[in-house]
Ligand binder design. Structure first.
Ligand code: HEC
Ligand code: HEC
Length: 496
């Protein structure tokens, strides 16, 4: 140790890499800590001679990489599963595989930044100046000079002893190195210039901020004109060109939009003279290709709710029922498309349901083309042939009791999607104890649960609404016959 604050240390030059290595071994064994070797090229084995330990950078990178990994997991778990859980088709809000890409990215990000900045930090960078660079002779370290430098701050350092020691270990020449004597301040008025430059650089930022924060009626600076500024008529504007002063012209009577003319209106509306068509429009041929097209779109648009086979059991349904049980949703089971009711339903009515939707079922006219909608119906009919059950024959029905037949109607028509028989309310009221009970309506009147009211409820569900229920949630059942209704009534009467 010396007391000279400006004294940096000693610099010894060696003949060749071998001498350097030998010297380094001696310095290492002498117990010096603050010293280094300098050579124009990497010298193999020098690390061992110096006793340099393997860098600890990989451990730092590993640690930060792991922190990145867990931050990535925590970030996504917190945002997706805790702070803002978002239900997508009943999928779990938190699942590792889906989140791996982001976790991977965050891990790489943390590792890469750590490797970069820790390398700088460990090496004491950035550094503007080093005392060794003041030595002319040290320039040889970039060409053919091999050096060992020992710093004065080393506890074992003593000027004379260390100098002698360096000579004994084979140094060609030993020099003293001092820090700069002159002040280390930045030269001249460079600071002032930097301040002025920084100030000038703020001007464009200020201009952007000013325009951002103010309004103007001047047109904006428009360097490339393109078609932004050409004379044109605005649809709701005024003009002196036409007598009525309006720019928009009314449509000429009988105008048909391009590609929108259909000879067969039932193809577009599913109706013929106000009634639903019962068969496919004449322009359609149902063949294998058409059915395949129908299946494709059924799987894309319908299967998710109605189930792949149309039976009305799907993940969405399960999930919605779960939410409904918690009181967080009102849900009607997607109709069993292979049930008797839809088997008996006219093609035109199904077409209308697909086009315009029904209660919680969305409308698909915008997403599915007209022809594709018919193809879906053709495929539904195929599903019905495969999985549908038309039920007992007329003979068999005749042998059954009215109560049995009523039970059958109840199931075939899908009443249980909204009504239970055991007392729990669903979307609609339960039928337990329904027959003969007093029903309070939204109008304040009271009606009896009798055959007449059952009939009215099925034919025209909107006519009367029970207090506290959702009006319009129940669809009409025009196809149920009066006999079936009376059987149904017998069946409902048994539910005490
Ligand atoms: C978001 C879920 C959902 C999707 C998707 C969906 N449906 Fe539905 N669908 C329902 C529900 C719920 C009902 C029962 C509505 C009711 O009675 O209140 C229903 C009812 C129906 C009915 C019976 C209509 C009636 O008059 O009772 C038909 C037919 C039907 N869907 C066909 C389709 C077809 C074909 C597709 C594909 C284009 C489709 N649905 C897509 C939920 C869906
Ligand atoms: C899509 C759900 C749904 C289906 C399917 C459904 N209903 Fe309903 N039903 C309701 C709702 C909701 C109400 C209550 C609203 C109202 O009174 O109009 C209701 C009311 C009724 C009422 C009047 C009860 C009262 O207390 O006011 C009767 C009767 C009835 N349904 C019978 C049936 C029968 C029979 C079937 C099967 C053929 C059936 N419903 C299918 C939803 C449904």
């Amino acid at each position: 140790m010396t007391n000279d604050n400006n004294f940096y240390g000693l610099l010894a030059e060696f003949e060749d890499p071998t001498a350097l290595c030998k010297g380094a071994e001696r310095v290492r064994d002498a117990g010096y800590k603050h010293w280094d070797c300098h050579s124009p090229f990497p010298v193999h084995g020098l690390d061992d001679c110096m006793g340099v330990k393997f860098t600890r950078l990989p451990w730092i990178v590993l640690t930060m990489g792991l922190i990145g990994l867990f931050s990535g997991i925590a970030l996504q778990w917190w945002t997706n599963a805790v702070d803002y859980p978002y239900d997508i088709s009943g999928k779990p809000v938190w699942s590792l595989p889906a989140n791996i890409p982001v976790i991977f990215e965050v891990t790489v990000l943390f590792s890469a930044f750590t490797a970069f900045f820790a390398m700088w930090g460990i090496n004491g960078l950035p550094r503007w100046y080093h005392p060794l660079l003041r030595k002319k002779s040290f320039a040889k370290a970039t060409d053919d000079g091999f050096f060992i430098s020992i710093e004065a701050k080393d506890p074992s350092f003593a000027l004379e002893r260390t100098g002698d020691f360096l000579n004994t270990i084979g140094a060609k020449r030993v020099e003293e190195v001092r820090e700069a004597d002159e002040p280390t301040n930045l030269p001249g008025n460079i600071k002032a210039k930097l301040w002025i430059t920084a100030g000038v650089m703020l001007i464009p930022v200020g201009m952007v901020y000013q325009t951002w924060d103010s309004t103007t009626t001047e047109p904006r600076v428009h360097l490339v004109k393109d078609m932004d500024k050409q004379d044109r008529f605005r649809s709701q504007g005024e003009t002196s060109m036409f007598a009525d002063g309006r720019m928009s012209r009314p449509q000429i009577e009988g105008t048909v939009a391009e590609g929108q003319f259909f000879e067969d209106m039932s193809f577009v509306t599913g109706k013929d003279g106000g009634n639903y068509v019962t068969a496919m429009p004449a322009s359609i041929t149902v063949d294998e290709k058409f059915l395949a097209e129908g299946k494709k779109n059924f799987d894309i648009f319908c299967g998710l709710c109605h189930g792949a086979n149309g039976a009305g059991n799907s993940k969405i349904h399960e999930r919605a029922m779960m939410l409904a049980a918690q009181g967080e949703a009102i849900w009607v089971q997607p109709t069993d498309l292979t049930g008797v009711r839809i088997m008996d339903m006219a093609d035109g009515q199904i077409f209308e349901t697909i086009s315009n939707g029904l209660n919680t079922m969305p409308a698909y006219a915008a997403q599915i083309s007209t022809e594709e909608r018919w193809a879906i119906i053709a495929y539904m009919r195929a599903l019905q042939e495969e999985y549908g059950d038309a039920g007992p024959s007329a003979d068999e029905l005749a042998k059954m009791t009215p109560v049995e037949r009523g039970d059958l109607v109840f199931n075939q028509q899908g009443c249980m999607a909204c009504h239970t028989t055991n007392g729990t309310p669903l979307v609609g009221p339960t039928f337990k104890g329904y027959v003969g009970s007093d029903i309070k309506l939204t109008t304040g009147e009271t009606v009896k649960g009798d055959l007449a009211y059952l009939t009215e409820s099925l034919r025209d569900p909107l006519a009367k609404t029970r207090e506290g229920s959702i009006p319009g949630a129940m669809v009409a059942y025009p196809n149920i016959t009066d006999e079936q209704i009376s059987d149904l009534f017998e069946y409902l009467s048994t539910l005490k």
